[in-house]
Design a protein around this ligand. Sequence first.
Ligand SMILES: Nc1nc2c(ncn2[C@@H]2O[C@H](COP(=O)(O)OP(=O)(O)O)[C@@H](O)[C@H]2O)c(=O)[nH]1
Ligand SMILES: [Mg+2]
Length: 196
Amino acid sequence: MLKISSADFYRSYSKFSDISNSSVDEYVFLGRSNVGKSSLINDLCGRKIAFASNVPGKTRLINYFTINNSFYFVDLPGYGYAKVSKNEKKNWAGLIEEYLSKQRSIKAIFFLLDIRREPNRDDHIINDWIKKVPDIETFYVLTKYDKLSKAQADRQKNNIALSLLVDRSKFQFYSVLKKVGKTDLLKKLSATVGEK
Ligand SMILES: Nc1nc2c(ncn2[C@@H]2O[C@H](COP(=O)(O)OP(=O)(O)O)[C@@H](O)[C@H]2O)c(=O)[nH]1
Ligand SMILES: [Mg+2]
């Protein structure tokens, strides 16, 4: 299991085009707005490093955190945010794709999906992109596991896996509240960090 011994805010970018090239490994967190990205990052790091809960109207930033002085966690702006303009919404998937496609060192993607929701169009766009880059490890995380009963959660896992056409075994449950999934995820992360 990976031990996160240090987690520090590195910097924010307001535009993807401002991000400079770097050879430092990046672990990217993707998912709909409000899916629980910041909460998950805080949970993994054991401290409140990422800001949870979006404030309407606040500029959405791409936040970089330095982990164990050796790699980055990247908290991307969530998609599907109701308050953004039509134009911004239209551009969103394109911007993310462009960001992901740049020759960066993305070691792994944490793809977060709310266990209660059907994947939407943006989730599918991301999923299709992920399938095109099989060399990037992807962790499919079903968040807010505490909101459903065990039977409902299992059913939703099947539904989501079927919708995305991804093997069921690739998904894991996560709950910040009930402390489910952290050890699992840190173990998977450890395998990826180790294979330098
Ligand atoms: N019940 C429950 N709520 C959660 C969990 N993780 C996050 N949340 C809540 O979901 C909301 C959005 O979380 P946030 O981390 O800001 O999502 P982000 O927009 O993806 O960064 C907040 O109110 C969190 O407290 C979880 O595991 N269980
Ligand atoms: Mg957030």
